[in-house]
Design a protein around this ligand. Structure first.
Ligand code: PEP
Length: 241
């Protein structure tokens, strides 16, 4: 399966800079071996999708509600994301688990609504520094997978150790390999519909470390935060894949 390189712009990007970044990525892409996805803030999805139309680069959302429509002020549904050109949605990102208190059960409902709307969910899991220090990383990730993935899950899983996000710290190759093998085994055991799902690595992926990480067994691509905001850096990661 082709690797997937997904850029998560988070809460960054006004109209002009988003358009310039999307154009820069489109024009620099060339013949990429990887599948490429950009997840801009919701306000920019339609504009970025228009800029990327016909390029092969997909566009996604960064979260969605569990429902389709209704009295949920400030929310956005999977159907609405789909309507403005998104094909994917990131769910269960650690920043939302922490900032919005999203539980595994809530994330599982969001994943189901994304699947129903025809979006590919990218479900994030990963341990905190404290949990790793206590040697609990596999237990934590197993619990997140069990709670966040509906029984009929199909989509993408992203392993994102919380302590590696935006910090410049990256797990060792051995630690990434061990966790990706563990996630693969858990999917095969408990979610057979997702036995072959891509498992992305996310957390301070940069041009300088991407090739090494992306070559590790069971690493099916990358979820990239900070480096996806600089066209040259994001393109270098895509080339590394
Ligand atoms: C992320 O937030 O998903 C992420 C991987 O961020 P960064 O690449 O900046 O660590």
């Amino acid at each position: 399966m082709r690797p997937l390189i997904a850029g998560n712009w988070k809460m960054n990007g006004l109209t002009e800079e988003s358009a310039a970044l999307a154009r820069g990525i489109r024009h620099g892409l060339g013949d990429a071996a990887a599948e490429v996805l950009i997840c801009p803030p919701a306000t920019q999805i339609a504009a970025v999708a228009a800029i990327l139309a016909g390029s092969g680069i997909a566009v996604g959302g960064q979260h969605c509600h569990t429902g389709k429509f209704g009295p949920h002020t400030g929310e956005i549904s999977a159907l609405m994301l789909r309507d403005v050109g998104a094909t994917h949605v990131i769910l269960g990102h650690s920043e939302r688990r922490a900032d919005q208190g999203e539980s595994n059960a809530l994330i599982a409902c969001k994943v189901s609504s994304a699947l129903e709307a025809g979006l590919v969910p990218i479900v994030c899991v990963g341990e905190t520094a404290e949990e790793r220090d206590l040697g609990q990383q596999q237990q934590v990730v197993a619990h997140q997978l069990e709670g966040s993935l509906p029984q009929d899950f199909v989509g993408v899983v992203a392993y994102e150790p919380v302590w590696a996000i935006g910090t410049g710290k990256v797990p060792t190759a051995a630690d990434i390999t061990a966790m990706h093998a563990f996630i693969r085994a858990e999917l095969k055991r408990a979610r057979p519909t997702a036995a072959d799902a891509r498992i992305l690595y996310g957390g301070s992926m940069k041009p300088g470390n991407a090739a090494e990480i992306l070559a590790l067994p069971e690493v099916g691509g990358g979820l990239v935060g900070g480096a996806s905001l600089v066209a040259e850096d994001f393109l270098a990661i895509i080339r590394a894949a």
